[in-house]
Design a protein around this ligand. Structure first.
Ligand SMILES: [Fe+2]
Length: 179
């Protein structure tokens, strides 16, 4: 799967960093959340690994739906029941707008959002951008949507200080830029 991400023809930022910085962090956090809150571990880990596979074919637009469809095909060839595959799809779709329908979805959605704060992914994107002002605009929106998607109060409160520091950093950059 790492190879599929590394070699995919994505337009944004080159993509060799994505598996290590994003996916492995989402999987690690999902496992930690599963130990804390429960849920079907096999479903959670599969959804964590596959939730962005749709990015490798067709870009960012509707990638969650594509990830869910591609996962169905991948997991059919593995030891997954039809019910578990449905659960994996629901957990993947939960990462789209933060609408979780299951505990597994709530966990993967939360891990996906937290991974943005707890990996080097923002740093990599900042280094790879050719327009830092655009990056700053995107960053401001992204940290807010990610923070909203943290679906457990405990995790949200732990990450709040970092979220607020990110907001402050961006505000200071924007103030400096506009003076
Ligand atoms: Fe993701």
């Amino acid at each position: 799967m790492k190879e599929k991400f590394d070699t995919s023809d994505l337009k944004f930022c080159g993509f060799e960093w994505f598996f290590e910085e994003h996916l492995e962090t989402v999987v690690k956090l999902s496992k930690e959340l599963q130990e804390k809150y429960g849920g079907n571990k096999q479903v959670i880990v599969a959804a964590a690994y596959l939730h962005d596979i749709g990015l490798t074919e067709g870009g960012f637009e509707n990638h969650e739906e594509r990830s869910a469809e591609m996962s169905q095909k991948i997991l059919k060839g593995m030891n997954f029941t039809a019910e578990d595959i449905e659960q994996v799809k629901l957990a993947i779709l939960a990462t789209e707008k933060g609408n979780f329908k299951t505990l597994e979805g709530r966990i993967v959605m939360t891990a996906d959002a937290m991974a943005h704060f707890l990996s080097n992914q923002f740093l990599v994107k900042a280094f790879l951008t050719d327009d830092f002002n655009k990056f700053s605009e995107w960053f401001g929106k992204k940290i807010s949507t990610c923070f909203e998607k943290i679906g457990f109060l405990d995790e949200k409160e732990k990450l709040r200080p970092l979220f607020e520091r990110f907001l402050l950093m961006r505000e200071q950059y924007e103030n400096k830029r506009n003076t």
